[in-house]
Design a protein around this ligand. Structure first.
Ligand code: ADP
Ligand code: ZN
Length: 735
């Protein structure tokens, strides 16, 4: 009796093929094995999905080779990939690509080893002189290493590599397979569990129960205001899981994977530091490869990482923590378009382990799940030591501009507040959300924003035909010449970036020490860390920045946070715009007053009465939830309906639109009545890099059903070759 392996090729269109397992491999080939199989005249890599006693396939060929001896893909991760393919409407091998990172696949086919070089000691004067005379190239290497603080990849030295090897013999440099983690903060000081306050005790009890009896427990949504001590709950939960002989996984947004955060985890588990793996996005390939194998072989008990760490091959999981669960960076914006938080919930159910989602501003989706009883809700409503929530004041920029007669960056109120901090030796953060691209029309005189009558999202302005459109339902109208509400001709979207803010600050406060932190100013490796270090050491008075500075940072001396323009990101063709603004204001405000002195937050806006701003101002999540969830329910937005965004892209506008329309028609033909397929409409970013983009939105009660409908319909449809279709289930970014 032969055995047959059903395999998924690394490169295929989601098709599986059967191969006969040669008798000598029978004992070792299992689900999750990596193998080489013959395909026509080639031999290609594949993953075994399952092993069977028989097959219906004809002309079955033999497996060529087993690549690794143990199953590289754990059964639970195999299941996870299959679920992802179904749920996120993507081919199985695309889902598998997320589960089995490319460095691991590459290693199978002979991965070039990577080496790092660092200075072992500085040469003394005589040695230096000797090198200068006899081997100037070696001295070049030394000089280069002296200017940098982190080990260098050997390959970066280019032709100087030979000189590097000579230096190694002299004992002046170290060359190794792994970058020796040199932490500028030095060794981690072990920290002990803190004594919990009453709210924390209740929260921890729930987490421990879930770890001990996962089968009877629901996912936990830990809703705790900024500074309520959520991290302490995670830490003590992790300790409990470890003590029970289990492993644990902590997801944090990439942006929050700061030295500060990592240090808190590492120092708590200082005694087993080598068992803590941190998965940064800036690990080199070699490091990533090593970390993966360390985790796979059981060498790491705790994994901390951003989005893709949810696929860490840990075994015997006891606890998964998703911090800042509302963060949009958990969503991957390319295929597979998964949300790591949702994948985490599914993984926890497969693994039979506890899961905690934590946030000061839970997503409407998670809060809805908590309200409907799918999750268990735990509240922590006060800050540690009953420190007050920062005072938030709203500055009406319509008034400010009217008084000055021109558009201002910093209002007089904000300037006065900064002045007071400078005089008192305290620090200020100025925040500008520049990521939100917006082409909504906003009246600078009265704050009016043009909105879709059917979806209540901002309409986007299309310059080519002077119309404003809703891309959720297709509604379009002529763009107004003047404000429909106050008749002011100044209706437009005026904006400015962080650089302009920095300039203004320097002009108003020439003596202040100012730094800017955004994607443009932080291009150099390590500059993020450096600037944060200087800010922490109080060598900077005013820090200007984007999202980068909004999350997870803890600076006791910051007593003022200024939000330069709260309208950026608020008026978008996106039903989550209000939610994002509420979250952002709350998170940014949470950076103020984390020390002894009380914190103050100033929010500059043209729409001061907007509910997101008002609820954030009063730290009123409940009020925000009530209003926002009602809006979502009435207009049929998530979480009340699930949402799938299909995008068609192509070089020809008409053909692209026609394809989108054809697809919409086919979908409607086979959709059940509860699925609504909208009319295709130009995307708010209608043309990107010469490509035309059309959106086609689907809504219905079940994401999986819409996903399956799409997969089936797309499989039957022959698309013009140059048109690409992408499907985004539970889409977050609707641009
Ligand atoms: P969150 O993650 O909810 O914003 P943190 O976990 O960062 O809050 O806690 C805020 C601060 O309070 C941190 O400096 C933390 O060390 C401290 N802290 C947390 N729990 C306690 C406690 N039980 N006793 C004393 N300090 C605590
Ligand atoms: Zn609409």
């Amino acid at each position: 009796m032969y055995k047959y392996a059903r395999v998924l090729l690394d490169q295929s269109a989601g098709k599986t093929l059967d191969y006969r397992v040669p008798p000598e491999l029978e004992a070792r080939v299992t689900a999750g094995s990596r193998v080489r199989v013959p395909l026509r005249t080639r031999v290609v890599l594949a993953t075994v999905l399952s092993v069977h006693e028989e097959t219906d396939a004809r002309g079955v060929r033999d497996l060529a080779e087993l690549v690794n001896d143990d199953a590289l893909v754990r059964p639970s991760l195999l299941r996870l990939a299959q679920w992802m393919a179904d749920y996120y409407c993507c081919p199985e091998e695309v889902a598998m690509r997320a589960v089995l990172p490319v460095v691991i696949r590459k290693a199978e086919v002979g991965h070039k080893e990577q080496f790092f070089i660092e200075l072992a000691r500085r040469p003394d004067e005589t040695e230096r002189a000797g090198l200068e005379r006899r081997s100037p190239r070696q001295l070049d290497v030394i000089r280069r290493l002296e200017t940098i603080s982190a080990p260098l990849e050997l390959s970066e030295l280019g032709p100087l590599r030979a000189a590097a090897r000579a230096l190694e013999k002299r004992g002046l440099v170290r060359i190794g397979r792994q970058r020796v983690a040199r932490d500028p903060e030095g060794e981690f000081l072990p920290s002990d569990d803190l004594e919990l306050n009453a709210e924390q005790v209740v929260a921890l009890r729930a987490v421990l129960e879930a770890i001990d009896r996962p089968a009877e427990s629901k996912p936990i949504l830990l809703h705790g205001v900024t500074g309520s001590g959520k991290t302490e709950i995670y830490l003590q939960g992790l300790r409990h899981a470890l003590a029970a002989g289990k492993s644990a996984l902590v997801l944090v947004p990439e942006i929050a994977l700061t030295p500060q955060t990592v240090e808190r985890f590492k120092s708590r588990f200082a005694s087993i530091q080598s068992h803590v793996a941190v998965l940064h996005s800036h690990l080199s390939e070699g490091e990533r490869h090593d970390e993966w194998h360390k985790i796979h072989s059981g060498g790491a008990r705790i994994v901390i990482g951003a989005r893709s760490a949810i696929f860490a091959p840990l075994e015997n999981l006891g606890l998964i923590v998703v911090d800042e669960e509302h963060e949009s960076s958990y969503k991957q914006e390319e295929a597979p378009r998964y949300c790591a938080r949702d994948v985490a919930v599914y993984r926890a159910s497969i693994e039979g382990c506890a899961i905690v989602l934590g946030s000061a501003t839970p997503s409407l989706e998670s809060y809805y799940n908590a309200k409907s009883g799918k999750y268990r809700l735990i509240n922590m409503s006060s800050r540690i030591d009953d420190r007050g929530m920062p005072l938030i004041r709203v500055v009406d920029m319509r008034l400010q501009n009217r008084q000055k007669g021109q558009q201002q960056v910093l209002s007089a109120l904000l300037c006065a507040a900064i002045e007071r901090r400078l005089a008192a030796g305290q620090q200020t953060i100025l925040f500008l959300n520049r990521r939100g691209y917006s082409s909504a029309l906003l009246c600078q005189a009265c704050g009016h924003v043009a909105q879709c009558p059917h979806c209540s999202v901002a309409l986007t302005y299309h310059r080519d035909d002077e119309r404003i459109r809703c891309h959720l339902c297709g509604h379009a109208e002529k763009a107004p010449q003047k404000c429909p509400s106050c008749k002011d001709p100044g209706i437009r979207h005026a904006g400015f970036g962080t650089q302009r803010v920095e300039e203004s600050v320097r002009k108003v406060f020439p003596k202040a020490r100012v730094a800017r932190m955004d994607a443009d100013s932080m291009t150099r490796k390590g500059s993020y860390r450096e600037t944060l270090g200087q800010f922490q050491a109080r060598k900077i008075d005013i820090l200007v920045g984007t999202q980068m500075i909004a999350k997870g940072l803890h600076f006791p001396n910051v007593t003022l946070v200024g939000i330069v323009n709260a309208d950026v990101g608020l008026h978008m063709a996106d039903f989550r715009a209000g939610e994002r603004t509420f979250q952002l204001l709350t998170q940014v405000a949470g950076r103020a007053g984390r020390g002894e002195a009380e914190g103050e937050v100033l929010v500059q806006t043209f729409t001061p009465s907007h509910p997101s701003i008002q609820h954030a101002r009063h730290h009123d999540f409940a009020g925000f939830w009530e209003q926002e969830s009602e809006f979502r329910r009435v207009f049929g937005h998530p979480p009340y309906q699930r949402f799938v965004m299909v995008t068609a892209r192509g070089d020809h506008e008409e053909r692209t639109e026609f394809t989108a329309q054809t697809l919409a028609r086919r979908l409607r033909e086979s959709a059940t009545r509860d699925i609504v397929v909208a009319e295709p409409a130009p995307a708010p970013l209608a043309r990107v890099k010469g490509e035309y983009r059309f959106h086609l939105a689907l809504r219905g009660p079940s994401a999986v059903r819409m996903s399956r409908l799409l997969k089936a319909t797309l499989a039957k449809l022959t698309l013009p070759r140059e048109i690409r279709i992408t499907v985004d289930v539970d889409a977050l970014h609707l641009m």
